[in-house]
Design a protein around this ligand. Sequence first.
Ligand code: GLU
Length: 303
Amino acid sequence: MNRIRPLLAALLLATALLAAGCGKEGSPPAKGPRADRLPDYRVATGFRLAGSPTWRKAKARGRLLVGVKEDQPYLGEKDPSSGVYSGFDIEIAKMIAAGLGFAPRQISFRTIASANRETSLQNGQIDYYVGTYTINDNRKKLVGFAGPYYLAGQGLLVRSDEHDIKGPADLDGKRVCSAAGSTPYQRIQADYPKADLVSYDTYSICVDNLLTYQVDAVTTDDSILLGYAAKVPDELKVVGRPFSKEPYGVGLPRGDTALRFAVDDVLAAGERDGTWKKAYEATLGLSGVPAPKPPAIDRYPAG
Ligand code: GLU
């Protein structure tokens, strides 16, 4: 039983992820994002942002380079066969692009792991980043943040047959997995030093390790964990209450305040006119949480 079950679990996840990835138009997966429910973004015509070096470079290139995740269900997911990205973060990225005068087909998405976000923004590899990216003061020394556009909280994902772990206080001596360079990783390291913490580049690798009994829990934002649990509800469950505040921002090159304020404006307009809610309901809402009120945008001063 114990030798077969992990294999079965891994197979199940692979099948579930494959099924979700196969959601092309016309054959949406049972619980995958529904293309026909997504908002249409009106591309701003004649928009100019001369004060933003990032925008000017993108305009000259004719494309926006946007950093995202590719393995976070309902947030940022890449269909392995078509290469198409979908999810709430992807919709936020498209909404912003449209507000800046770029059509969805003018976006090149680049998958960038948590640990590489700051450097990719600093070296100009991407124009902006939308991927469950928590705003905090340390990161603000390195990059700029528009938003927040969503508020998550750290949680724990365990196997359905796990009964000892109900919150972070139960992690002593347990193998806990998170992504390198993430705030959940840092929080466990600082506040729960008796946990046996391991890191990988991505949460999906952690989830594979959980299903194959290599680790006892995966920790990151509840929004991300609920997506994995929804894919294999018989095998995985999210436990306890969120134990942090993770306000999601749009990562930007640090000095580009003109771009930051422009992105804040696009987010505010989308929240006002119902586009944000529509995008949420067609994506992240599918993991079972009704649309919350978006957090207040923090238009912090330049400097
Ligand atoms: N929101 C957290 C962070 O930015 C965890 C999710 C992630 O790694 O993207 O570190």
